[in-house]
Design a protein around this ligand. Structure first.
Ligand code: ADP
Ligand code: TRP
Length: 332
């Protein structure tokens, strides 16, 4: 039986952080064994904010290196840069004819950009979900490992697939969100303000490239409070986030013991953060060191991306040929 197809991408807009790792990459690594995987650096998507060309290039290489350092094996998956697959913009153009201005304007991420970046509300920002749908549908993927923040975009990809199928004949599967343990992991910023992200408060974001002392400093400054005053109180979300990070990086009995002390109002957040900091340092060190080593060998990374692009193109050119035929654009 042929393997199910999986697609996912990460924008090359900066340094990867714990949210990217636990929300996305960890699932990629688990999926690579049993699925046909296409993972890419979304450099076209990064263009919405007009990055400096020099930075864009090093960002693309770093994102690729950090994915590999996190356990992605380029022999098992196709790892490539989005802009190396010309079939993606081709399908994007086709899907744009099936996407409506009204629905695109209603997307929360677009509305947020309009509110916060009034000086650059370009058409690429408006059609961001269409490009994302093209990334996925160009391989006719069934499963998409992404964090919770991307669910709405995925729903739009399903809508575009369905519209295409209704108009031209059944062709695209409707891609579903995929997570191994079924829980959507969402890592909050350490200052308690929204999700951890590449571009928000860098002092409250732990990057995969942070050195040991930076990790320690950031965790020790994470938001806490005076602690609970009643047994088994509900945890504020920023405390929940620290427990989540602990669960993801510390030994189970360590997390359990701090949970008990929370429930009995004896928790000392200073001690908890110290423990978390040391476990996080041990967790991230090998990833950081491997990523740094990979980035030193640009030729090797280039070869990996080229090979990934060849595999990505083989899959997407078949899809485009099929789509063109259904649309009546098979002239030769
Ligand atoms: P960012 O929001 O930092 O720019 P991307 O938009 O490139 O990151 O997201 C890449 C992947 O990482 C997506 O699958 C996204 O859902 C996931 N992701 C990003 N931030 C978080 C977070 N704080 N918690 C969980 N998953 C996240
Ligand atoms: N929009 C995604 C994000 O911001 C990145 C992305 C682009 C993506 N194309 C994709 C994710 C295709 C999954 C599949 O996180």
């Amino acid at each position: 039986m042929s393997k199910e197809i999986v697609v996912s991408g990460i924008r090359s807009t900066g340094y990867l952080h714990l949210g990217n790792y636990f929300g996305a990459i960890q699932n990629y690594v688990l999926m690579q064994e049993n699925y046909e995987c296409y993972f890419f650096v979304a450099d076209y998507h990064a263009l919405t904010t007009h990055p400096d060309p020099k930075e864009l290039k090093s960002n693309v290489f770093r994102v690729a290196a950090e994915n590999i350092a996190s356990g992605l094996d380029p022999n098992k998956v196709a790892l490539f840069a989005q802009s190396d697959i010309p079939e993606i913009p081709e399908l994007y153009l086709m899907l744009n004819m099936l996407a409506y201005k009204g629905e695109l304007e209603k997307v929360p991420t677009f509305k947020e950009k309009v509110r916060n970046h009034t000086d650059n509300v370009n058409a690429g920002l408006l059609t961001y979900p269409v490009l994302m749908a093209a990334d996925i549908l160009v391989h006719r993927a069934a499963k998409v490992p992404v964090g919770k923040d991307q669910e709405q975009h995925l729903e739009m990809a399903r809508n575009f697939a369905e519209r295409f199928n209704n108009r031209y004949g059944d062709f695209f599967p409707e891609p579903q969100v995929f997570r191994f343990n079924n829980d959507a992991v969402k890592i909050m910023s350490l200052d308690g303000n929204g999700k951890m992200s590449k571009s928000e408060n860098v002092n409250a974001t732990i990057f995969l490239s942070d050195d040991d002392n930076t990790i320690r400093k950031k965790i020790m400054k994470a938001k806490t409070d005076a602690g609970p005053t009643e047994h088994n109180s509900e945890m504020p979300d920023y405390i929940q986030n620290l427990f989540l990070l602990m669960q993801l990086t510390s030994r189970p009995e360590v997390t359990e013991s701090f949970k008990n002390s929370f429930n009995t109002c004896t928790v000392r957040y200073g001690d908890m953060k110290k423990q978390l900091a040391e476990d996080m340092v041990a967790f991230l060190r090998p990833i950081r060191e491997k990523a740094a080593e990979l980035q030193k060998d640009e030729d090797a990374l280039r070869r990996i991306l080229k090979e990934g692009a060849d595999r990505g193109r083989a899959s997407s050119s078949k899809t485009i040929a099929g789509a063109r035929k259904l649309m009546g654009m098979n002239y030769y």
